[in-house]
Write a protein that binds this ligand. Sequence first.
Ligand SMILES: [Zn+2]
Length: 150
Amino acid sequence: MRTTKEPVKISDSEWEIMRVVWHKKAVDATTISQLLSESKGWKIATVKTLLGRLVKKDVLHTEQVGKKFVYSALITEEETVRSATANLFSHICAVKAGKTIADWISEVDLTVDDIETIQQVLSEKQAVSSIACDCLPGQCHCKQEEEAVS
Ligand SMILES: [Zn+2]
């Protein structure tokens, strides 16, 4: 597994490759190319470029097996999703995080089980009395509203 705890940033295209690697565990460029060529229209060269970037980013391990290079993941799908979510929230005013989550819940399709899981998480969640805005000046209205109130 990866040694650094730096958040992973992968592009949308790289993410498509990673999903195949996570699913297949160990896979070569030709197999990935065959799986994604129809939907993505990627040639083997494109797949190899993306694989090379992912190896450089320390998220893929590559090993020569016979004539082929086999790729395997150094980071889990769950870890990558968490990292992307944390990255997204770093771009949102802390005050608006709750509203953003509420918007997601209303927009995605959820099963009865999903709703039960979310309700369970919410029932155990400890509320805080207030949230401090973490934006830079000029990035949101929070500071102005505070000034208007005081
Ligand atoms: Zn703010």
